[in-house]
Design a protein around this ligand. Structure first.
Ligand code: PLP
Length: 360
């Protein structure tokens, strides 16, 4: 539970979890084969489908996002997968594909650069692929890939199934799965949804189920057909993290009370406030204009600030933290999240605290 010692998170995941969410998380347990559970899961299904922009069922996986990212490879890739890579998470997906024993091709651009539709077109035109992975919002370097344009390219290749990770963009902007022809849309709990880590949400197209049915070695825990079969009775294949589902239900109440469009607009506005601060303080963005994340900002440390010292001061004086750069970008960048429940007041306060603690 948050205490006086609690350090508020402005890192791009896990993000700050509200007291209301924690309260819901701590609801008393119910049996996962009980009517109460079916009511809980069945009850949130319509709102989940609205957020996913799909008529397909939405599944709940007791795992972090990686479970479903790996599962998507095992369920969908029969021949060869094209992994679009522009940062830490998308790079790793290529590695995971190979570890699953699949043939994989790399569409690699420099960290911070977007994946462009023409590059996807050229790679798929070379042939041999039957699936493609894309991370919509590459959290490690703040790149927002042009999902709509890439989706239009993938549609030209009917045998290629489209797997999209929206871990840090889900519910911060419209991502209409059916309309874009996405075959697997997945997200996690601890980023854009501001829940504790440990739950993943995903939906699967009919043609992806058809592909899965032809594949052996789907395993059990992440077998999409098991999820489908169980969801038909508002259940999950194995005992799910029921606490998370209570928290998710509470979060959906929040989202729909605020209004989905209003929520999208809030994220854009808060992101704009951070952007304004970045430019006015003489910093630059790590990603090029037009391809910057709307839910976090990856800032190029062009002023050569001691980022570690900055965060230390921020933590000591204001009991909060931003992120000091992912992996090889540590110190050369820093990241500020505007995901979850942040608002004008909290973001403006953070930026003032950053000004106050900036090392000379
Ligand atoms: C955090 C993140 C992941 C991995 O999530 P886990 O919860 O660690 O499994 C995957 N993709 C993106 C875009 C992320 O930001």
């Amino acid at each position: 539970m948050p205490t006086n010692e609690h350090v508020k998170l402005f890192i791009p995941g896990p993000v700050e979890v509200s007291k209301k969410t924690f309260h819901a998380f701590c609801s008393p347990m119910i049996g996962h084969r009980s009517g109460d559970f079916k009511k809980l899961y069945g009850g949130i299904q319509p709102r989940l489908q609205t957020l996913f922009g799909t008529r397909q069922p939405v599944f709940l996986s007791t795992s972090s996002a990686w479970g479903v990212m790996e599962g998507a490879i095992r369920n969908l890739v029969a021949k060869k997968v094209l992994n679009c890579m522009c940062g830490a998470f998308s790079d790793k997906w290529f590695d995971v594909s190979k570890r699953c024993g699949k043939e994989a091709g790399a569409l690699q651009v420099e960290w911070g650069q977007p994946i462009l539709p023409a590059q996807v077109d050229a790679a798929l035109a070379a042939g041999g692929y039957d699936a493609i992975t894309l991370i919509h919002n590459e959290t490690s370097c703040g790149v927002r890939n042009p999902l709509k344009e890439i989706a239009a390219v993938v549609k030209k290749y009917p045998g290629v199934l489209f797997i999209v990770d929206t871990v840090s963009s889900f519910s911060t902007e419209p991502i209409p799965m059916d309309e874009l022809g996405i075959d697997v849309l997945l997200t996690g709990s601890q980023k854009a949804l501001a829940l504790p880590p440990g739950l993943a949400l995903f939906s699967v197209s009919e043609r992806a189920f058809e592909r899965a049915a032809t594949l052996r070695d789907r395993g059990y825990y992440f077998d999409f057909l098991e999820f489908k079969k169980n969801q038909e009775q508002d259940m999950t294949p194995s005992t799910p993290v029921i606490s998370h589902i209570y928290a998710l239900c509470s979060k959906l109440d929040d989202i729909f009370e605020e209004g989905v469009d209003v929520r999208h607009a809030r994220h854009a506005r808060l992101n704009g406030i951070v952007h304004e601060w970045v430019t006015s303080r003489g910093f630059e963005f790590f990603a090029p204009d037009g391809y910057r994340s709307l839910s976090l900002t990856c800032v190029k440390n062009t002023r050569g600030v001691d980022v570690a010292e900055w965060i230390k001061r921020l933590r000591e004086k204001y009991r909060c933290v931003i992120d000091g750069g992912y992996g090889k970008l540590k110190g050369a960048t820093f990241r500020i999240s505007n995901m979850g429940d942040e608002n004008e007041e909290t973001i403006t306060a953070l930026l003032a605290w950053l000004d106050d603690t900036l090392p000379a």
